[in-house]
Design a protein around this ligand. Structure first.
Ligand code: BGC
Ligand code: BGC
Length: 723
């Protein structure tokens, strides 16, 4: 044991059982003296029924905001806490603190790990000067069902890509020296595990999958975050093999702590300990507390099972006190790592907060990342817009600041650059006409008349359409994932004017884009682009920036295809088999098997050609990797970035293997006419997977490597692994 750890042990020895248990409780800010909303204990908080002793001894605070509030709460707390143990302040800093970056699903589409890391670094800095110590991010749940509202918080459907982003976000939030670098915060990867697979895309619903699928697809991104040094893990609300994650001993004791060696702090999601009662695995709060502590939950967030029952569980011998001591030790060690024992106020600094939060530099990065996160889905000669043409900007998002997306922390809609303001930076106002056309879900005749009027004046119509930000995010699930009917009507009516139309979409999930893509000449998927959204989109629409985003989640042809994802199995009766029959195939009679837009897809204002794809050898061995190379040429007239993608298929496995799996990607910038040779290294290790006995090994035999601009349009090269 180190000297530092020894110090913690001696603190724990001085603590009473009540004091220890209170460390394991997380309360919202209003419970604390000095809070801005002190005493406003309403809603689910009221059910906590905590007394003054628990507050005085409690270990952490959820959702305080601003340096002043944090300093006030901490100061008052240290006066009252017998052993002077500082509070930890945690908050949901997901895609920015006050400078809001694009939503994570959009950041995924940038395929830009460096910029993603930078965004987390900036978020950490703004949060830390405002007193936050831990952020509940990154969310790395793998997602395949766009009905689920929380897909907006994930980087998509691919385990490899999600893992890369998980690492980038953890590096950005935490840096390398939390103790001394007070511009960083500790990260908490969530929601462990497989929260991204609720049946039917309905939030909190049953999750059911084999251990193989769990390990192969769903676990890698959490593991990557932990390997990167992520300090905390949050449990999922959902079940893993029939047992709620929050009380799942196999998941957390055996796998997370045992197999993976995670020794940081494990927190339940909001109220998830108590939710074991309605789940039906705990009869009461006492049993819920018992199951959670046995499974290894250190901090119970916002439900009262620990404070009401742990003491008695220890006293009657049901729970070993060492379990409590270990949990307290981990929490205190995190406080120590953050430097809180030396400086309980850490980064909180009102003066610096004024300078740092939402500063020019942060806005600049937000704008850059937003331009890289938008995905151009269609463009038939209409984009980029010409500055000498009159533009009608029409739609509920034309002049709307609701473009930050869910979980935008302290971001304010009023500070967001709306699309209209972005366009005004580019063109003479006399060339710009604006109208709402309709609201997001309803509309009036008057709104339509205004839209018609604006559209008649213009040479080109830019439609700003989408979902309001509550239509995705937690509990934001939809069964029909088309744009609301009124917006589809707006498109159809404007179509009759026969003018070129561009749709810019603001939404938190892949949508069914029928009624949009087939009606307009260009579609730019802008997601929720964040504080600088309007400026970034204007950069793209006018060609001051060139779209380079590529989808990281498939856009379904229609909702009936869901789940539809690129890394699926082939089935025994694939539709494209050479000997395919007419009827008895794995197919729909009424729609194609393929999504409307596949994983990895996105257009640019230039074009790229792929040629001379080659392997360094037809054989790979465990000692000798092979190199996959391809020449990529910019065949258009403007400079552009291209995400070159490498996929692999194991043709014959011990268990069925996906038709393609992403194994690498490189984002390159090419000038017009320029060619670059892109080379990927492929090793035997990258060909390993979980066999029928769950051994992680590779198979000798035939593999196909694919290179290309997306998961569909690829060049195939065959090689053999020899072992
Ligand atoms: C969400 C978490 C979040 C927590 C704290 C929960 O409802 O599922 O993602 O971190 O609340 O705000
Ligand atoms: C079907 C079977 C059927 C067989 C003979 C197969 O394609 O899957 O259910 O019995 O054809 O008609």
């Amino acid at each position: 044991m180190t000297e530092q750890e020894q110090k913690l042990v001696s603190i724990i020895q001085k603590m009473t059982l009540e004091e220890k248990i209170a460390q394991l409780v997380q309360l919202a800010a209003p419970f604390f003296e000095g809070a801005t909303n002190e005493g406003q204990i309403t809603g689910p908080m009221a059910a906590m029924k905590v007394n003054e002793d628990v507050v005085r001894n409690s270990g952490s605070v959820l959702g305080a905001s601003g340096a002043r509030e944090v300093i006030n709460i901490q100061r008052a707390h240290l006066k009252k806490n017998r052993l002077g143990i500082p509070l930890l302040f945690m908050a949901d800093v997901i895609h920015g603190y006050k400078t809001i970056f694009p939503v994570p699903l959009a950041i995924g589409c940038s395929w830009d790990l460096e910029l993603a890391e930078k965004s987390a670094e900036i978020a950490a800095k703004e949060a830390s000067v405002s007193g936050v110590h831990v952020t509940f991010a990154p969310m790395v749940d793998l997602v395949r069902d766009p009905r689920w509202g929380r897909v907006v918080e994930s980087t998509g459907e691919d385990p490899y890509l999600n893992s890369q982003f998980a690492r980038a976000f953890v590096r950005g939030f935490q840096g390398t020296d939390l103790q001394n670098d007070h511009d960083r915060v500790a990260a908490c990867v969530k929601h462990f595990a497989a929260y991204g697979a609720p049946e039917g895309g309905r939030d909190y619903n049953t999750v059911n999958m084999s251990e193989r699928q769990l390990r192969e697809s769903y676990l890698p991104a959490y593991k990557a975050a932990i390997d990167e040094g992520c300090e905390m893990v949050m449990t999922a609300f959902t079940t893993v093999d029939g047992i709620p994650a929050t009380g799942n001993k196999w998941l957390m004791r055996d796998l997370l702590r045992g197999e993976w060696g995670f020794d940081g702090v494990l927190i339940s999601d909001w109220g998830a300990v108590k939710e074991m009662i309605p789940h039906g695995v705990a009869a009461d709060e006492r049993e819920a507390a018992y199951k959670a502590i046995q499974a290894g939950v250190d901090i119970e967030m916002m439900s009262p099972c620990y404070i009401h029952h742990l003491k008695q569980l220890v006293e009657d011998g049901s729970v070993d006190e060492t379990l409590i001591d270990e949990a307290v030790f981990r929490i205190l060690r995190l406080k120590q790592k953050l430097g809180l024992f030396e400086n309980p106020y850490r980064g909180a600094d009102e003066k610096r907060e004024q300078e740092v939060v939402l500063c020019e530099e942060h806005r600049r990065v937000a704008r850059e990342l937003a331009t890289k996160s938008c995905v151009l889905l269609k463009n038939e000669g209409v984009l980029p817009l010409k500055r000498d043409k009159k533009i009608a900007l029409i739609g509920p998002f034309a002049q709307n600041g609701d473009i930050l997306g869910p979980w935008s922390c302290l971001g304010s809609k009023d500070e967001a650059i709306q699309l209209y303001d972005g366009l005004k930076m580019k063109v003479d106002p006399s060339y710009l006409f604006v109208a709402k056309g309709c609201d997001i879900e309803t509309g009036t005749g008057e709104q339509w008349n205004e839209a018609l009027h604006a559209a008649r004046e213009a040479d080109v119509i830019v439609l700003a359409l989408g979902e309001h930000s509550d239509m995705s995010g937690e509990a934001g699930c939809r069964a029909d994932i088309r744009l609301p009917e009124i917006q589809l009507e707006l498109i159809a009516k404007l179509k009759q004017l026969n003018k070129p139309m561009v749709a810019v979409l603001f939404n938190g999930r892949p949508l069914d884009l029928h009624g949009v893509v087939d009606q307009v000449d260009a579609v730019l998927e802008a997601w929720y682009p964040g504080t600088e959204g309007g400026a970034a989109i204007a950069d793209l629409l006018f060609g001051d920036a060139n779209p380079s985003g590529k989808l990281t989640m498939s856009f379904p042809y229609s909702v009936g295809q869901i789940p539809v994802y690129y890394n699926c199995f082939n089935t025994g009766r694939p539709k494209d088999a050479p000997d395919a029959q007419e009827r008895y195939l794995s197919q729909y009679l009424d729609i194609p098997n393929e999504p409307l837009f596949p994983f990895g897809f996105g257009l640019s204002y230039t074009t790229f050609s792929y040629s001379d794809a080659a392997l360094s050898s037809d054989y790979m061995t465990p000692e000798q990797p092979i190199y996959v190379s391809v020449n990529v040429t910019n065949t258009g007239k403007v400079a552009g970035e291209e995400v070159v993608q490498l996929y692999v298929r194991d043709v014959t496995g011990d268990v069925v293997r996906p038709v393609k799996e992403l194994k690498g990607f490189q984002k390159i910038l090419l000038q017009p006419g320029e060619t670059k040779k892109v080379t990927f290294t492929l090793t035997e290790e990258q060909l390993r997977y979980y066999h029928s006995d769950l051994q992680f090994t590779s198979d000798a035999g035939t593999f196909v490597a694919y290179v290309g601009p997306n998961s569909r349009d690829v060049i195939a090269l065959t090689f053999k692994l020899v072992k």
